[in-house]
Unconditional design. Structure first.
Length: 375
C-alpha cells in the first residue's frame, strides 16, 4: 500500500544523517557527562558543542540555551518561573495557544491568583496587535505568551513587532516557536525576545528533546532539583545522543533552509490549486496565502454521514493527515483554535490539517486528493 505522510506539523521523519550521528554517540560516547574521566569529559564536550551550534543558528549566546525533554516542559518551566521568580502578576496570552501554554496558565491562575487576559483573535486567526497594546497599558508586571506559528491553522505572529511592543511596556515576552524553529530564521540578537521554546522532532530530529532560550540577565530558579546540570536549572543526567541529534538536525535544517522553503511553498500552492479544482465549496481556515508555508487547514463541504469516517478512510489508504493538533487527536471536542474563528455552522463541518516537509511530492498531494474525493 502506498504511504503518504502529510502530518509534519505533528512530527517529522528523522533525518538519516541525524540517525547516523546519534547511533555513533550511543555506541561510542556512553560516558556520564558529569564524570571527570575521559569518557565523561568527551560526553560533556559533545553537549557543549551542540549548545554552541544551536546558539549560532539562533544568533544568541550558548549560555542562553537550556536543554529540556520537549517544548511542553520548556513552556511549563518558563511560565511557572515567571510568576515564582520574576514576580509576574499578569499573563497576556490568546485562546488559540497550544494547550501546553493554556492549561499551564489556567492552573497557575488558580494557584497564584494572577490576572489573565486574552488578546482578541481576528477572523483571519491573527492576533489583534492593537488590542495587545491596549492590554499592556496597565502597570502590572506582565508576561506576554504568544506562539510564533499556530500549530493548527498556521497564522504567523510578527515576532519583531510584538517583542518591541512588549519591551516598550516593560513586559516579558515568551514565544512558543515549536512550529517555526528549523523552518524559518530567527535572529535573537536583533529581536528582543525574553523566552523561546523549541522541540527537535518538529525539524527532523529525535523525540524527547527540546530547548528553552532564556535571555541573559534573567535569573530563574531550578524547576528540577538534584545535580548542577544545565546551569543548575534542570537536574538530571543529560541525554547526550538526543542533544547531539537535535543540534545536527537544526544544523541540517538551516543549511538547506532556502531550498526547502521554496520546495515546500510550491507544494502548498499546488495543494491549494488542486483542492480548489477538485473539491468545490472548500474553505480555507485563515488566509492560505499568508499562513506558514508548510501548513494548510481547510473545511470540507461534506455531509454529516461522511464526516465521522474521513480520517479512518484516509488512513486505510495509507494517508496520514490530522484534524488539528496531534495532542488532541483523541478528543471528540471541536478544535479550540477553530472555535475562535469559525461560525457554529462551519465548526460542525469537518476540517482537516495537512502539513508538508521536503520529503513530500506532488504525487503525494494527487494521491491524497484522489482518495479524499472517494470518502
Amino acid at each position: 500500500m502506498k504511504k503518504v505522510y502529510l502530518d509534519n506539523a505533528s512530527t517529522t521523519a528523522i533525518h538519516p544523517d541525524v540517525v547516523s550521528e546519534m547511533t555513533r554517540v550511543l555506541t561510542e560516547e556512553y560516558g556520564n557527562p558529569s564524570s571527570t574521566h575521559y569518557l565523561g569529559r568527551s560526553s560533556r564536550n559533545l553537549i557543549e558543542l551542540s549548545r554552541k551550534s544551536i546558539a549560532k543558528n539562533l544568533h544568541c549566546a550558548a549560555q542562553e540555551i537550556i536543554f529540556t525533554s520537549c517544548g511542553t516542559e520548556a513552556n511549563n518551566f518558563i511560565i511557572q518561573s515567571s510568576i515564582k521568580d520574576l514576580g509576574v502578576e499578569r499573563i497576556i496570552t490568546s485562546k488559540i495557544e497550544h494547550h501546553a501554554v493554556l492549561h499551564t496558565i489556567e492552573i497557575l491562575k488558580k494557584q497564584y491568583s494572577i490576572e489573565v487576559d486574552y488578546v482578541t483573535i481576528l477572523p483571519s486567526g491573527e492576533i489583534d496587535v492593537v488590542h495587545l497594546t491596549d492590554l499592556l497599558s496597565t502597570k502590572a508586571k506582565t508576561l506576554v505568551s504568544l506562539m510564533h506559528v499556530n500549530n493548527e491553522i498556521g497564522t504567523i505572529l510578527n515576532l519583531e513587532r510584538v517583542s518591541k511592543i512588549c519591551k516598550q511596556h516593560q513586559a516579558y515576552f515568551h514565544t512558543d516557536t515549536v512550529q517555526s524553529i528549523g523552518k524559518t530564521s530567527v535572529n535573537l540578537e536583533q529581536i528582543p525576545i525574553d523566552f523561546l521554546v523549541a522541540s527537535a522532532h518538529k525539524f527532523h530530529g529525535p523525540k524527547g528533546i527540546g530547548f528553552a532560550f532564556i535571555r541573559k540577565g534573567i535569573v530563574l530558579n531550578p524547576i528540577l532539583l538534584g545535580g548542577e546540570q544545565e546551569k543548575g536549572l534542570r537536574a538530571g543526567t543529560e541525554c547526550v545522543h538526543n542533544i547531539v541529534g537535535m543540534a545536527k538536525a537544526l544544523e541540517l535544517a538551516y543549511e538547506s533552509l532556502i531550498e526547502e522553503q521554496k520546495q515546500i511553498t510550491f507544494l502548498k500552492e499546488y495543494a491549494i490549486s488542486q483542492l480548489e479544482q477538485h473539491i468545490p465549496g472548500i474553505k480555507f481556515n485563515g488566509n492560505p496565502n499568508q499562513t506558514f508555508y508548510n501548513l494548510l487547514n481547510f473545511i470540507l463541504p461534506f455531509s454529516d454521514d461522511k464526516t465521522a469516517m474521513i480520517l479512518f478512510n484516509l488512513d486505510m489508504k495509507g494517508i496520514a493527515v490530522s484534524r488539528g493538533s496531534a495532542c488532541q487527536s483523541g478528543s471528540t471536542k471541536p478544535s479550540h483554535v477553530l472555535a475562535e474563528i469559525l461560525s457554529e455552522e462551519d465548526l460542525r463541518k469537518p476540517s482537516l490539517r495537512i502539513s508538508f516537509s521536503h520529503y513530500n511530492t506532488t504525487d503525494d498531494i494527487d494521491y491524497f486528493i484522489e482518495n479524499l474525493k472517494l470518502v
